[in-house]
Design a binder for this molecule. Structure first.
Ligand code: IPM
Ligand code: MN
Length: 365
């Protein structure tokens, strides 16, 4: 069995508590001979700022670049509200995405049967939901230049963010979406705002052309992003794969997350292009939720999105698909048995701590 080298970046807030459950899981898999995972840890976000004065140190960036995969917790919190914009906790995550070239963000939203009543939507709307949001992650308004605030000198300021996409960026993310669709229900919905944005016009054009030339077997629809948001809460099961830009993907994936019962349930994978020599992709795995400073340090955070993110690493970086299936099945099984952290608590269920949830999943495995 090939040894896999992971970098764990727990980050801030609940990040450290939920990452501890991944460490326990790794120790278990190693001890049972089911995997051979070596890991190093680093600092990112506010914790890196406190230690090094930056959102991620050069040394930890180097570790991230040389690891087989990075497992990331969460960053941010009110403690760092007043640090300079370039040094804010989120800058560490954005640098990792950019410097590792992680342009493809996969955000699956699966509604576990046991949680269908936990969603704020009716059971019949979400039960059996299985959609995948493919979010472009290294372009668009997150990184476009200029990005600045000018003083106009008359008591007014002007703030500018730039939404910019080039053909190749749209084409490569659309390719990921079409390829993923072929392994699922073979349907892609491409979402943009071509009715008001030039980047949306180009997005529509490039996705359509790629579809016609290489993916005519996949069913393609185009949907305006605002309508997509509405359809996600009206009838989410109409979707299979949604491909969209960085900002719309951020927003639509939070909405999709809530369909599944709790933001604490959703993992994600951020992948780069396959290496020309080895075929391996750089990769970072992280829960979709944030650092939840309000509940940090109390041992009550839900570790499932974090553990499911590790399962995505097994699947996409280590090609250990069977083991990934087993981890995901163990999560479903403990939910069936009624184990619940506070965020997904329901009548008649067993309320457990972060560590108890991690232990239950390992015991199921
Ligand atoms: C996410 C987060 C990040 C984003 C923040 C923390 C910068 O909300 O991963 O969805 O906006 O991309
Ligand atoms: Mn987000």
């Amino acid at each position: 069995m090939a040894q896999q080298n992971l970098l764990l970046l727990p980050g801030d807030g609940i990040g450290t508590e939920i990452m501890a459950e991944v460490e326990k899981l790794i120790a278990h898999l190693n001890a049972k001979g089911l995997a051979d995972v070596a890991f190093d840890t680093g600092l990112v976000g506010g914790s890196a700022y406190d230690a090094h004065g930056v959102a991620i140190s050069e040394e930890d960036m180097q570790k991230a670049l040389s690891a087989d995969a990075v497992i990331f917790g969460a960053v941010g919190g009110p403690k760092w509200d007043n640090v300079p914009y370039e040094l804010r906790p989120e800058a560490g995550l954005l640098r990792l995405r950019k410097d590792l070239g992680l342009f493809a963000n996969l955000r699956p939203a699966i509604c576990y049967p046991a949680l269908a009543d936990g969603s704020s939507l009716k059971r019949e709307i979400v039960e059996g939901l299985d959609i995948l949001i493919v979010r472009e992650l290294t372009g668009g308004v997150y990184f476009g230049e200029p990005k600045e605030i000018h003083d106009l000198g008359n008591g007014q300021k002007r703030a500018i963010d730039t939404q910019v996409y080039e053909t190749y960026e749209i084409e490569r993310i659309a390719r990921v979406a079409f390829d993923m669709a072929r392994t699922r229900d073979n349907r892609v919905s491409s979402s943009e705002k071509r009715n008001v944005m030039k980047s949306g016009v180009l997005w529509h054009e490039v996705v359509s052309a790629l579809h016609e030339s290489e993916y005519a077997d996949v069913q393609l629809d185009h949907i305006l992003a605002d309508n997509c948001a509405m359809q996600l809460v009206r009838n989410p099961k109409q979707f299979d794969v949604i491909v969209t830009d960085n900002l719309f993907g951020d927003i639509l994936s939070d909405a999709a997350a809530m369909l599944t019962g709790s933001l604490g349930m959703l993992p994600s994978a951020s992948l780069g292009a396959p290496d020309a020599g080895t075929g391996k992709r750089k990769a970072l795995y992280e829960p979709v939720h944030g650092s939840a400073p309000d509940i940090a340090g109390q041992g009550m955070a839900n570790p499932i999105a974090m553990i499911a993110s590790f399962a995505m690493a097994l699947r996409y970086s280590f090609e250990m698909v069977e083991l990934a299936d087993k981890v995901e099945a163990a999560i479903a099984a403990v939910l069936d048995e009624g184990y619940r952290t506070g965020d997904i608590m329901q009548d008649g269920c067993k309320k457990v701590s972060t560590a108890e949830m991690g232990d239950a999943i390992i015991a199921k495995l």
